[in-house]
Design a protein around this ligand. Sequence first.
Ligand SMILES: Cc1cc2nc3c(=O)[nH]c(=O)nc-3n(C[C@H](O)[C@H](O)[C@H](O)COP(=O)(O)O)c2cc1C
Length: 444
Amino acid sequence: MANCRNLRELLETIKSTGRLLTFSQEVDPRLEMAALIHQFGEQPVLFEQVKGSSYPVVAGICSDRELVALGLGVPKERLLFRLAEALAAGSRGNVQEINPAPSQEIVEERVSLHTLPILTHLPGDGGPYVTAGVVIVKDPDLGRNMSFHRLMRLDETHFAVRLVEGRGTHMAWQKAGGELEVAICIGNSLAVLLAAAMSPPPGVDELSIANALMPTPLVRCRTVELEVPAEAEMVLEGRITRQLVDEGPFLDLTETMDIVRRQPVVEIKCITHRRDALYQALLPGGMEHKLLMGMPREPTIYEEVSKVCDCINVLLTPGGASWLHAVVQIRKRDPDDGRRAIEAAFRGHASLKHVLIVDEDINIYDPAELEWAIATRLQADHDAIIFPDQPGSSLDPSALHVAGEKSRTAKMGFDATIPWRNASGALHTEGERAAFRKVRYPTV
Ligand SMILES: Cc1cc2nc3c(=O)[nH]c(=O)nc-3n(C[C@H](O)[C@H](O)[C@H](O)COP(=O)(O)O)c2cc1C
């Protein structure tokens, strides 16, 4: 099993499995490249020749769980537990600093963002967007924060950055009075990508979490007081300003178009990069976007559900944009465990909208089997619980959105575990419960 400390080691590992697609003919980052990535099912891909840029582009490197498992060197079924361990270890971690660093082999103080192969994904987009950029800032009170933020290129030295209100970067920018130093890292290890997508408790350093997943040495930036992963492909240094511009429209996680909002301008003053740097892209609304959003929430749901019953596994399903829908698998020991698991799952992921609870005999990776559990084990008047008017995800187009306020939504949990009581409330015998199990044909 591989332990890939940076993007290029991951690319080599993927290549050795025969899964890497390579395009040697020139591809245009304006509309053509995103369409190709999509057309090839988001397979890991390297575009060697890019129109208008000397940087090759990679995409699709974590577009399914097998790839993430391969890169982290753990079996697919253990991913949730590996992330949970790193989340716990990260709050205690200290990260090594090195100098010199590969990400600073070249330092460009005359900046032109037009040299980067920034993709325009769809004809309706507000502009070319950096989508796999990991943003590092320092909160005046809480210290370092690392998070994903899409960046729309405005001109040679400026981006508009989407800062979701209330998230770490937005709060740091507000506390700093609207002027905040920033480093944007592109071409990151899996550990950095996963840690950047986590929301640990305030003050927990996501770079320590990355380091707990895979050794992630840091280097000090050249022009700002920030530390960044030393093995990133490139780092853009600058500041988030108080100037606001229109940002969007842009395709979001739910595969629907996000609206135009007034968002801060970022000014870039210096670019450092590896001598032969790769640029990393990911498709908005695609599988990589979904997995990176959803996978870090599985351990937080697992932890909450484990407090109230015996939780076996958690999956954020792609049909729910890997954000709004979860399946929670439990080993039921009490008639009310299903209901308890529903309530706990919502505590474990604030943006969760629907959750399905199933028993240990259900294959949670098989949508047909999940539907079968609903069909054969659930009576909606007992086993579906509706929570009206809850705080919900800003990403759900059907929620109620009021500018400056938390979105509101109804939430629903389905307990599709084997019922332990009959219609009159009496407990089923073990034999009656066994009758709910699928009869499997023997293998001959
Ligand atoms: C691919 C990807 C793109 C994202 N884009 C944005 C974005 O543009 N703006 C934003 O505020 N959050 C974005 N997020 C979500 C945050 O990175 C994520 O929720 C993070 O955990 C927030 O952490 P924090 O609350 O500690 O800041 C994105 C996440 C992923 C995985």
